[in-house]
Design a protein around this ligand. Sequence first.
Ligand code: HDD
Length: 698
Amino acid sequence: MATSKRRGSSASTSRLGSGGELHQSSSAPETRITTNHGVPISDNQNSLKGGQRGPTLLEDFVLREKIQHFDHERIPERIVHARGSAAHGFFELTDSLADVTRAKVLTEVGAKTEVFVRFSTVAGGAGSVDTPRDVRGFAVKFYTKEGNWDLVGNNIPVFFIQDAIKFPDLIHAVKMEADRGYPQAASAHDTFWDFIGLMPESTHMIMWAMSDRAIPRSLRMIEGFGVNTFRLLNEEDEPTFVKFHWRPKLGTQSTCWDEAVKIAGADPDYHRRDLHEAIAAGNFPEWEFGVQLLSQAEADALPFDILDATKLIPEEMVPIRMIGRMVLDRNPDNFFAETEQAAFLPTNMPPGIDVSEDPLLQGRLFSYQDTQLSRLGTVNFHQIPINRAKGCPFQNLQRDGHMQTQVFKGRANYEPNSLAEAGEIGGPRADPDGGFRSAGIPLGESKVRLRSESFADHYSHARLFYRSQTEIEQAHLASAIVFELSKVTLDHVRNRVLANLGNVDADLAKRVAAGLNVELPPPSKPAVAPEDMELSRALRIVGKYPETLKGRAVGILVTDGADGAIVEAVRKAVEAEGGAVKIVAPKIGGVTLKNGKKLKADGQLAGTPSVIFDAVALVLSKEGCAKLLKEGAAIEFAMDAFGHLKAIGFVADAKPLLDKAGVAADPGVVDLARNAADFLAAARTRQWDREPAVRMLA
Ligand code: HDD
């Protein structure tokens, strides 16, 4: 058998697969490939056969092991929040909460705590796109000195439902419809809106989900909220209610709906790529961390129940105290080992943090651990490196189970014990002073299966949110509902939602009905008549984010013969302010500039549409522009940039393309030769004033 005697790259063709010249071999123990059990493998290209052209032999354990391992590579995706992207970083406390908690992570000013953060969409599967209209998960695992603290939140401060018993119904309704397996990652369908219409408590969350918050520009530009009300406990175990907030340094920014839809095609990994590239480039995303604190008496004085997760506490009522910052500065090394296997548990809380009786949170306290068992397949999932408590010692007397990786010594696997091998005190023991304790809250009367009367107002907060928005945001919100309800095929489902909207705001209901061109039914009868609350400007996005090029991307479309000096001037100015520049050319090899120099392209025009940029510049030569007039991708590049309210810089020779794309003159469309500074100023934000000229909004 000549083949089995030959070695490595000098093997005969019978040992080589296609591309065989690249197959390398090694005889050094530290670099040679082995089976899972360490047996060195002599040939990783060919299975063992009965003769050169004969069948594969069952005895080929090298082949069987490799294929079998591959067959089992997947684990069940998360039932919700399956699509996610993550990063490592740190949390630094800047202001101590020692007056209200004994949790060291919230009392040791200046201390840095390692974190792992996973962002996600909710409805879509693991392979779905990054930009559907959806809530974003914002899950932070703090590896504190006193055990892991998982703050498993969202980018929206409220939730659809009040009681965990409705969670499976909500998720069934929003996911792909049961009989047909679509739509993927979309709430615009019958079953979702059927559930929403029948569950008026969801109306406040619907306002948020239909707002621009649900189509974020970047994961670096979303807020985060703990959503549920938690408690902090001080040294004396005195409780204080707390709501947790993350505020992005880059501000909360969104896309336009049409843009989000097109990004889904242009770059399904838009958010994942953006996060990864920013961190790889050293542009570390950062958030401020804040708390709203309130005593039982302050909570009792509010006109709503803070145990109801469909309500928020307006900042104007209880200000947010900023106490720290979080920076994400390291990409995961391995997506599966870290991002996929990360198991977040709302039950992970260090001493000094505690739950409230919020019935949504109470259900979560069971669900996450349970989910991890079926996803990760073992009670020992806490031993997987990404889940391991690493800020502190970890020891107890739990033993064995699937995939046990610890090798415990001796006989002492129970407590109390007095075996010498377990040390002087007989192994780890409870710590009444330093250990986790629950708030001594007096509990209510008899067992009941009821919704508290204090949860019955389903519309006041929805009204507060809608009316607090800017005009632009109200129009987007109304248009989003029109879009979604236009995909609903059942009249009675649509009408029920319209009737509920009448309780939020008569004008909103009217706009949506007009947008659908259907008759507006009278408002439904609310359980409790909604109240007008003091409006909260803090609930807006537009006008709040910093106008800056930092964290933003500018695409420069070039052709052969383009003026390189202008390209370089734009690039320099954008990069100086912390923005990124990408060169887009008709061909990936790039272009030859006017001065004869070559300019490499970062993206080819057809695969790099303007939707992935925050602003664009068209630096074309006359001839180059003439050619692009016949290229749909070029026309769309300009047309979409205009339609998506982006700054457009241009040189005079690019004017015919702008004209063909229907780009009209406005302050965001700037001649670079005349006033490059105006282009930069416009590129720092969106051209909201342009919107009425390009879109029919509800
Ligand atoms: Fe949940 C995952 C956020 C209510 C049951 N949830 C999950 C994740 C986030 C949230 C961000 C993904 C974590 C990760 O990246 O791995 N969930 C929330 C928020 C809620 C909420 C902010 C409302 C306050 N969740 C909620 C309820 C239940 C669940 C009421 C069930 C009773 N959630 C789960 C789960 C998941 C989960 C099924 C799926 C995968 C996982 O836990 O790890 O257990």
